[in-house]
Design a protein around this ligand. Structure first.
Ligand code: 13P
Ligand code: ZN
Length: 275
């Protein structure tokens, strides 16, 4: 058996949580990550038949039965993951009953997976339907994105449009735009269901006055999406109170999208007259 602390998927969780912490996006226990793993790869590091304990999830995840995820622990600080991955992370498999998580490794202090597991697993189910290669769901509280929530309308089209105006490459990075949910009670199945519904359409979902979710095939994709939104939100927050002299025009966004051959949300641009 290889050393699990050297497994690429554990290293990726350690590196990513450390990066997110250093960027100031994840104070205290803020944020959580779930990463769908390949069973064969996990079996190189763990006896996958050895279940440490079982933890009920409180919801049904039929299409995820047998699937294995590495997930950050609830109440755990991103800043501590690198120092002690086995306490702050856990590897779980969804049991045949679809409502129980079998702990295969981690949560060493008796802990459990993030309180946002419903939003994570429901989002995985939604994304896998539209992109069978999706692997990562990431939640974070990035500072400027959150600040923008207080001063900008929480409307999907308007929010996306403003961000597309803030950095030239935004429309290329997230041509599918950003889904937006109003403030909702977090850690519940309801916010999980609402997030998953948005994830059928978007890889990014803002939780009003709370944070953001990103999904992708790789850790880099999910991280890069949130990073780009956060950069654009920072430019917005640095300029929103100043007179706007210049802006990236819709025609320019369209030419970028065409050059990079991305399928962008035409209905989010005024020039196509869909408000
Ligand atoms: P957990 O500590 O349960 O992961 O919760 C953090 C968070 O960001 C809640 O939305
Ligand atoms: Zn949160």
């Amino acid at each position: 058996m290889k050393d699990i602390l050297k497994a690429p998927f554990v290293r990726e969780m350690m590196d990513t949580t450390a990066n997110m912490y250093r960027l100031g996006w994840d104070e205290r226990n803020g944020g959580n990550i779930s990463y769908l793993l390949d069973e064969k790869e996990v079996a190189e590091y763990l006896d996958v038949n050895k279940v440490i304990r079982e933890i009920p999830t409180g919801f049904v995840a039929k299409s995820l039965v047998g699937k294995i995820f590495i997930v950050t622990g609830t109440g755990k600080y991103f800043k501590n993951v690198e120092k002690d991955p086995e306490t702050n992370l856990g590897i779980i498999r969804i049991k045949e009953d679809a409502t129980t998580a079998q702990l295969l490794w981690g949560y060493k202090d008796g802990g459990r997976f993030t309180s946002e597991l419903p939003a994570h697993l429901m989002s995985h189910m939604a994304r896998l339907k539209v992109d069978p290669e999706n692997r990562v769901v990431m939640h974070s509280h990035p500072t400027y994105t959150l600040a923008m929530n207080y001063v900008h309308e929480l409307d999907e089209k308007k929010f996306t449009h403003t961000l597309w105006e803030m950095c030239t490459e935004c429309i290329v990075v997230f041509p599918d735009g950003i889904g937006v949910l109003p403030w909702m009670l977090c850690g519940t199945n309801s916010i999980g269901e609402a997030t998953a519904k948005k994830m059928e359409e978007f890889r990014l979902v803002v939780w009003g006055m709370h944070g953001i979710y990103g999904a992708g095939k790789t850790m880099d994709e999910a991280f890069g999406l949130i990073e780009t939104v956060e950069k654009a939100a920072q430019i917005y927050m640095l300029t929103a109170h100043l007179p706007r002299v210049n802006t990236i025009k819709e025609e320019e966004m369209v030419s970028l999208a065409e050059l990079f051959k991305v399928n962008y949300r035409k209905d989010f641009l005024d020039m196509f007259n869909n408000k």
